[in-house]
Design a binder for this molecule. Structure first.
Ligand code: JBB
Length: 228
């Protein structure tokens, strides 16, 4: 699957994906990331991509023409790309959206903005607007990387053990149960006896109960969301 990214900082997309699961998927050609620099589409001698807001106010706004030209250039060769704008005004990204994105076999074009905002008319040129959460970023690049990571690891052949995907789809609705590995006792804290018992039915029941209890305590919103 191909991820195209329109960005003023294409070099940001190099090292984060070099190692690990996504790096391996790139080597195996399961996934490819194609950063597409915005700067060459800037206007005039200085390749300007931003300007002052109409109506006044502080901060610069991204002009629509360079973004439109970059989208047209990328889409000229790949007309079926799903176009996603990273913006704090978008739908909040979650695992269900990651699964939808992983099914977009034609590929995804991510558009990462900078400055204090983008011209409103850019929104009409994309298929979807996505936010990764309610905090302020300086640009859409890190948000685009989060989308690539969460989506990329769902592609067939990326994960070492597909069983862990099944467990995760349960874990989307509850937090994980508590995990322990060796040693049996660490700084006076013992591993719960039941996990050493070898009684797998009892262990499964204990884990489910712990997961539910923790979710109710820490993330009651996850349990409520199941009703919808
Ligand atoms: C950016 C995080 C866009 O679409 C908007 C908007 C507001 C502030 C900044 C930006 C462009 S940079 S994208 C995601 C930051 O309303």
């Amino acid at each position: 699957m191909d991820f195209y990214v329109i960005t003023l900082f294409p070099e940001m997309f190099e090292s984060p994906f070099r190692g690990g699961m996504i790096g391996r998927a790139i080597e195996q050609r399961i996934l490819a990331i194609h950063p597409h620099p915005l700067r060459p589409y800037g206007l005039g001698r200085y390749k300007q991509v931003d300007d002052a807001p109409y109506g006044g106010g502080s901060g610069m706004v991204m002009r629509p023409e360079p973004i439109a030209a970059a989208i047209d250039a990328v889409c000229a060769g790949h007309p079926a790309l799903w176009k996603v704008l990273l913006t704090p005004q978008g739908e909040i990204f979650n695992q269900a959206l990651a699964r939808e994105f992983a099914a977009k076999t034609e590929g995804i074009l991510l558009i990462a903005g900078r400055y204090e905002g983008i011209d409103e008319r850019v929104r009409s040129m994309v298929d979807q607007e996505i936010s990764i959460g309610d905090y302020v970023l300086s640009g859409g690049e890190l948000a685009a990387m989060v989308v690539i990571e969460a989506t990329g690891r769902l592609l067939a052949g990326v994960l070492g053990n597909p069983d862990s995907l099944k467990e995760e789809s349960f874990a989307e609705r509850t937090l994980e149960y508590p995990q322990y590995t060796r040693p049996e006792e660490f700084r006076g804290m013992r591993v719960p006896e039941i996990l050493l018992s070898g009684d797998h039915a009892k262990i499964r029941a204990w884990r489910e109960a712990e997961a539910r209890r923790r979710t109710a305590r820490r993330r009651p919103d996850l349990l409520e969301r199941r009703k919808f």
